[in-house]
Design a protein around this ligand. Structure first.
Ligand SMILES: NC(=O)c1ccc[n+]([C@@H]2O[C@H](COP(=O)([O-])OP(=O)(O)OC[C@H]3O[C@@H](n4cnc5c(N)ncnc54)[C@H](O)[C@@H]3O)[C@@H](O)[C@H]2O)c1
Length: 248
């Protein structure tokens, strides 16, 4: 029997891409779109109006505040949640994890296959630690609110743990000193309609290695979200990431 999805943020850029992916997937049946967007084109309802008994899984791509409201809704009604919202502060993340004691929550700042595979293989590059500096540069469209991106933060943390280094953000004007090899420097570029690109540069003596990922459209994230939604139905309560979804 097909499963029903409640999609919170259904009128957003990600919401529209997820609707496209869901429309071509027979695993899923009814789609309940939730979005307060005033010019909503689809049939949409508010969270309070959702016929909860019919919901098998909730997908959320909105903002931190709406994400926590969605998590509360899911915990109250025992529904698994997939959320891709980025920009959650430490306290907001802690609150989200609290709800994961009651229900299964999959939270990932980037749901593309490539980005998650790269995160898994970064520790293999540890032999570069002796001689290579690490710089991480990411670029996104001009509308993106959070900076640096959740993916850049995640890769930077993975690298910091594997290479035993610390993460710094940008370079301040007026500072006149050589680069500290202990630093992994993260920089953000914003503009145009760029869906998202991330580049890690390993800069060594007479040798440069780059690890690069570019999303040409949001469909790559939407496919990941739908894959996660299939995976999370029936999972026990817990806080999961794409690592678990992809079996990495
Ligand atoms: N995890 C990933 O792979 C991934 C990929 C792309 C974007 N994102 C993140 O997803 C989030 C959304 O991105 P977007 O580009 O779709 O943004 P967007 O602004 O286009 O869409 C957000 C939608 O959420 C709706 N919304 C706001 N408050 C709501 C509420 N209380 N209830 C229901 N809907 C509400 C808005 O009306 C809007 O339509 C951002 O945090 C973005 O960084 C994550």
């Amino acid at each position: 029997m097909s499963k029903n999805v409640c999609l919170v943020g259904s009128e957003g850029k990600m919401g529209k891409n997820i609707r496209t992916v869901l429309a071509g997937d027979s695993f899923f049946g009814v789609l309940m779109g939730v979005d307060p967007y005033e010019e909503a084109t689809a049939d949409y309802i508010s969270l309070e109006e959702v016929p909860v008994a019919e919901v098998d899984v909730v997908i959320n791509f909105t903002n931190p505040k709406a994400t926590l409201a969605t998590a509360l809704f899911c915990a109250k009604h025992g529904k698994p949640l997939v959320t891709g919202t980025t920009g959650l502060g430490e306290e907001e993340l802690a609150e989200l994890k609290q709800y994961a004691q009651q229900i299964a929550i999959m939270h990932a700042p980037n749901m593309s296959l490539g980005v998650n595979l790269i995160d898994a293989i970064l520790p293999l590059l540890k032999p570069l630690a002796e001689e290579f500096d690490i710089e991480l540069i990411e670029g996104h469209h001009r509308q993106k609110l959070d900076s640096p991106s959740g993916t850049a933060l995640r890769w930077a943390r993975t690298l910091a743990a594997a290479f035993n280094r610390r993460v710094v953000f940008g370079r301040t004007s007026g500072i006149n000193q050589k680069r500290d090899m202990q630093e992994i420097c993260v920089q953000a570029l914003r503009g145009g309609t760029l869906p998202g690109e991330h580049r890690i540069c390993f800069l060594g003596p007479d040798e440069v290695i780059e690890v690069y990922h570019r999303a040409d459209s949001r469909l790559v994230f939407a496919k990941g979200a739908v894959k996660a939604a299939k995976w999370i139905i029936g999972q026990p309560a817990g806080f999961y990431g794409m690592k678990e979804v992809l079996g990495l």
